[in-house]
Design a protein around this ligand. Structure first.
Ligand code: 13P
Ligand code: SF4
Length: 303
C-alpha cells in the first residue's frame, strides 16, 4: 500500500469506527497531516475533555494518551505505539513523590502534565507549560510548594512569579541538549530572527532567548508577531505546523539535535494497524484514574 492509499484507509477506518485522531505538535509531518487536530499538551487535554467521538487515536507519548483516557472513562483511547514514553515523566514515581511529600508535610503538590497517572494521583493539581504561570499564580506566595518532575519548567515559573519551589531534578533529555552556544550560533547565522525556546530548556538557554513559550504559544506568537524570521528552540516536529500556518515567514531549528525519539515512533502504518485491530488500548486503573482526574480537572478549571 502506498502513502496515499494508507492515508485514505486511515481516514475511512476512522470514520467507520467513530475515531478522532489527535496529534501533538512534535509528531512527524505526515502524522500531523493525518490528524483531525494537532496541538500542545493543554490544547490536547482540552480537546480530549470535550471530544464527541467513540474513540480517540492518540499520536504522541504515553502521558498524553493517559490524560485523554483519564478524562474519557467511557471511551476507548488507542496509541499506535505503546512504547512511546516520555523519559522525563519516568524520572519520578509515586513512591518517590510520597517520600518527598513526607519531607514537606502540608506543602501544595504540583505536577507537570509530563508525569505518569500514578504521580498525578498523588498531586493537588497538574499544569502544562502553557498554563503553569497562570495556574501557579493563583496559590498564595507563602504556601510551600513541591513541583515535579521538570526542574527547568519549575525554576522558570518560580522565576516569573518571584517564588521558591521544592523542585525534583527531572529534565527532558531532548531539550537538555540545546545550549546557549547553539543559540548564539543560530543568531549569528540569522541576524534579526526572533528566538523562541521551550521552558523545558536549561536556564542559560532560556536567558539567551527572546521568548520562552509552550508549543501552542509559539504557534500563536509566530502568527501574530510582525517578525518574519524565527529561530525555534524546541522539538523540530513543530516546524511543520509553524511553516504550514505561516507560509510567508521563515523558521530555523535552533539546533538539529532537538529530536525526541519517542515522538517519532508514530508512523502511518502503525496508525492503520491500530485502527484495524483496535489496539493498543491505553488503560489506567480506576482508582488511579479517579485521583489523577481530580488534579487534571483542577488544572482545567484554573486555566
Ligand atoms: P507542550 O505542552 O508545550 O506541547 O510540551 C509538551 C512536551 O512534551 C514538551 O517537551
Ligand atoms: Fe518528554 Fe522531552 Fe519528548 Fe517532550 S520532548 S515528550 S518532555 S522527552
Amino acid at each position: 500500500m502506498d502513502e496515499r492509499e494508507t492515508a485514505a484507509r486511515i481516514a475511512a477506518l476512522a470514520k467507520e469506527r467513530g475515531t478522532v485522531i489527535l496529534a501533538h505538535n512534535y509528531q512527524p509531518p505526515e502524522i500531523q497531516d493525518l490528524a483531525d487536530f494537532t496541538g500542545d499538551s493543554l490544547e490536547l487535554a482540552r480537546k480530549a475533555a470535550g471530544v464527541d467521538a467513540r474513540e480517540i487515536l492518540f499520536c504522541g507519548v504515553r502521558f498524553m494518551a493517559e490524560t485523554a483516557a483519564i478524562l474519557n472513562p467511557g471511551r476507548t483511547v488507542l496509541m499506535p505505539d505503546e512504547s512511546a514514553g516520555c523519559p522525563m515523566a519516568d524520572m519520578i514515581d509515586a513512591a518517590a513523590l510520597r517520600a518527598l511529600k513526607a519531607e514537606h508535610p502540608g506543602a501544595l503538590c504540583v505536577c507537570y502534565v509530563n508525569s505518569t497517572a500514578e504521580v498525578k494521583a498523588e498531586c493537588d493539581i497538574c499544569v502544562t507549560s502553557g498554563n503553569a504561570e497562570r495556574v501557579m499564580a493563583r496559590f498564595p506566595a507563602d504556601r510551600e510548594t513541591i513541583f515535579v518532575p521538570d526542574r527547568h519548567l519549575g525554576s522558570h515559573v518560580a522565576g516569573l512569579l518571584g517564588r521558591r519551589y521544592v523542585l525534583w531534578p527531572g529534565y527532558c533529555p531532548t531539550h537538555a541538549r540545546l545550549t546557549a552556544d547553539a543559540i548564539a550560533r543560530a543568531r549569528a547565522a540569522h541576524p534579526g530572527a526572533v528566538v523562541m525556546v521551550h521552558p523545558e530548556c536549561p536556564a542559560d538557554v532560556r536567558a539567551a532567548a527572546d521568548q520562552v513559550l509552550a508549543t501552542g504559544a509559539m504557534c500563536a506568537y509566530a502568527r501574530t508577531s510582525p517578525a518574519a524570521e524565527f529561530i525555534v528552540g524546541t522539538e523540530t516536529g513543530i516546524l511543520h505546523r509553524l511553516r504550514r500556518e505561516n507560509p510567508g515567514k521563515t523558521f530555523h531549528p535552533a539546533d538539529g539535535c532537538l529530536v525526541c525519539p519517542n515522538m517519532k515512533k508514530t508512523t502511518p502504518q502503525k496508525m492503520l494497524e491500530s485502527l484495524e485491530t483496535g489496539t493498543v488500548r491505553v488503560e489506567v486503573p480506576e482508582e488511579t484514574a479517579r485521583k489523577a482526574r481530580r488534579a487534571i480537572d483542577a488544572m482545567l478549571a484554573a486555566s
